[in-house]
Ligand binder design. Structure first.
Ligand SMILES: Cc1cc2nc3c(=O)[nH]c(=O)nc-3n(C[C@H](O)[C@H](O)[C@H](O)COP(=O)(O)OP(=O)(O)OC[C@H]3O[C@@H](n4cnc5c(N)ncnc54)[C@H](O)[C@@H]3O)c2cc1C
Ligand code: FES
Length: 259
């Protein structure tokens, strides 16, 4: 759905930095000019030995230095293996894969709405299209899981933070601040990534009021369109159709999907 996308094959990428950025969250910075041609919203499909590859979005895309970032939460065996990788080691990656975000129209206001591990790909979008200065709304369950707030602020962007338990920023979800933003900005554009229930609420809030692009983080198998493990229901011309998140997404127009 977006503009130009780069698709490379198999890439051997060296880890140049490893940082524990929050409890159970690690960011790896990789050196790979091929991956650094990615569009925000595209993802890396990472070989984790003895398992299916694991998909992770790019948190940073720096074509000038030929580096990218992967910021992930440790939730199971694959991400635990990845979190144990050290500087100097190399990763076997398929990518960049999928369709990323279409660039924002710089003449219209835009807003990034992210939840949990959906925040990192939005940071790469903010950094790439920083001239048109988006507003940023990010949410997490609790204070220690708020990701990349300082990174957004270092871009000079205003950031509103929500936590489910009220331990940082405003108590509640990102939907409250999003509703306020929609009321104050006609003809806006919303870019969002996060858990599916949050994206469904974003899609509902934006319906008829703003154009929304959403990046799904669906469970995946092959990552290249062959196994159909990742399909989601979408509106076809005359009837429901299935779309593959790995190749036709992970970024979709919110109105295109059946929530
Ligand atoms: C396009 C895409 C981009 C992604 N980007 C990121 C990212 O930037 N950062 C990040 O932390 N994660 C991201 N994910 C999710 C990440 O791929 C999974 O967390 C990872 O594959 C889990 O592997 P595991 O072996 O550690 O856990 P598993 O052992 O496979 O699973 C552990 C637990 O997590 C659940 N789980 C696994 N995958 C998902 C998923 N996709 N959605 C919801 N629950 C899941 C399982 O049901 C299980 O309860 C992305 C997923 C996709 C499809
Ligand atoms: S993960 Fe195999 S078709 Fe999408």
């Amino acid at each position: 759905m977006a503009g130009q996308q780069f698709h490379d094959g198999q890439v051997d990428a060296r880890i140049v930095r490893r940082e524990e950025v929050a409890r159970d969250h690690v960011e790896l910075i990789l050196e790979s000019p091929a991956l650094a041609r990615a569009v925000p919203g595209q993802f890396a499909h990472i070989l984790t030995p003895g398992m299916l590859r694991r998909p992770v979005s790019f948190s940073r895309i720096e074509p000038d230095s030929g580096r990218v970032g992967l910021l992930f939460q440790v939730v199971g065996e694959g991400t635990a293996w990845l979190a144990n990788c050290q500087e100097g080691e190399r990763l076997d990656i398929l990518g960049p894969l999928g369709h990323g975000f279409a660039p924002p129209d710089p003449s219209r206001p835009w807003c990034l709405v992210g939840g949990g591990v959906g925040i990192p790909p939005l940071y790469s979008a903010a950094a790439q299209w920083r001239e048109s200065a988006p507003d940023v709304i990010i949410g997490a369950r609790t204070r220690e899981w708020v990701l990349m707030q300082k990174d957004f602020e270092q871009l000079g962007l205003g950031v509103r933070v929500t936590t489910d338990d009220g331990s940082w920023g405003q108590a509640g979800t990102v939907i409250g601040p999003l509703q306020e933003w929609l009321e104050g900005h006609a003809d806006g554009q919303v870019f969002s990534c996060g858990p599916t229930p949050m994206l469904a609420a974003v899609a509902s809030a934006c319906r008829g009021r703003a154009a929304a692009q959403v990046a799904l983080e669906q469970r995946m198998g092959c990552g290249i369109g062959a196994c159909l493990a990742c399909v989601v229901p979408a509106r076809g011309q005359t009837q429901m159709e299935y779309r593959r998140v790995c190749t036709e997404g992970p970024v979709f127009l919110a109105e295109e999907l059946i929530w």
